[in-house]
Design a binder for this molecule. Structure first.
Ligand SMILES: NC(=O)c1ccc[n+]([C@@H]2O[C@H](COP(=O)([O-])OP(=O)(O)OC[C@H]3O[C@@H](n4cnc5c(N)ncnc54)[C@H](OP(=O)(O)O)[C@@H]3O)[C@@H](O)[C@H]2O)c1
Length: 231
């Protein structure tokens, strides 16, 4: 599938991996709707630097089910490609419900709204997961549990939406340190990976583009994680 002219909604698209995805899709000729929650200034700045035209941005707090329900309609576009990239990494049990809302329920709601769009043909959904969720025995923390659940939903929706919509998952390993983690700890984490280096952001973006282009692929959960899922 040629990405040129396609309208792509990227959740959490203003910074970090989301911003790199926005640049990658825009370089391929797609029109980007950047979703953000707090990163309004970064979203506006990114809009000015993206190649191509007709990009825009839209705010929503995906911990609020109503905001998730209306997000696609509020873009004012027929979205061709939905990239569920936004994520909430929870460290405290008190935030577990918010984590599940942002990482599972809201993206599932977005998938449902996406599929219901009038006039949608050859739709594509790409869900960001985590290599840690594809381990044979994933850790039991709330974040990983939410990723395991979302991986299952990705495959379920691939079955449910075929042949009209392809649904794939991409499961990164450590690519950028979480904002709360000192840079030095990232090197230690990478050394524990089978390939002993962090995931290359450009490679991650290229793989995301491939999963969106490849018309024979649906229900695929693809680790791009330097072997994290094997550990
Ligand atoms: N970074 C890694 O090394 C790594 C490793 C494994 C998997 N992943 C996965 O890859 C994807 C991208 O990674 P990342 O590190 O760039 O993600 P991230 O920085 O953890 O989160 C991306 C964005 O999600 C948005 N977000 C968080 N809570 C939200 C809420 N309540 N409502 C709406 N948006 C919300 C934030 O947008 P605002 O800034 O606008 O608030 C944030 O910038 C994620 O799905 C992540 O789980 C990343």
């Amino acid at each position: 599938m040629d990405l040129a002219g396609k309208r792509v909604l990227i959740t959490g698209g203003a910074v970090r991996v989301g911003a790199a995805l926005a640049e990658g899709f825009a370089r391929s000729g797609a029109k980007i709707s950047i979703h953000y929650r707090r990163s309004a200034e970064e979203a506006e700045r990114l809009l000015c630097t993206l190649p191509g035209e007709e990009h825009d941005c839209i705010a929503a707090d995906l911990s609020d089910p109503e905001e998730a329900q209306t997000l696609i309609a509020r873009t004012g576009h027929c979205i061709d490609i939905l990239v569920n990239n936004a994520s909430y990494y929870v460290r405290d049990a008190a935030d577990a419900a918010v984590c599940r809302q942002v990482n599972v329920f809201s993206p599932v709601e977005l998938m449902t709204q996406f599929s219901a769009q009038e006039g949608l043909e050859n739709g594509v959904i790409l869900n960001f997961l985590d290599g840690a969720a594809l381990r044979a025995v994933p850790d039991g923390d709330f974040y990983t549990a939410s990723r395991v659940e979302f991986a299952r939903m990705t495959v379920e929706f691939a079955r449910r939406f075929a042949p009209k919509i392809r649904v794939n998952g991409i499961a990164p390993g450590p690519v950028l340190p979480p904002v709360w983690l000192p840079e030095s700890r990232m090197a230690n984490i990478s050394q524990k990976l089978p390939l002993k280096h962090p995931v290359d952001l450009t490679e991650l973006v290229e793989t995301a583009l491939l999963l969106c282009r490849a018309e024979s692929m649906t229900g695929v959960l693809l680790p791009v994680d330097c072997g994290l899922h094997l550990t």
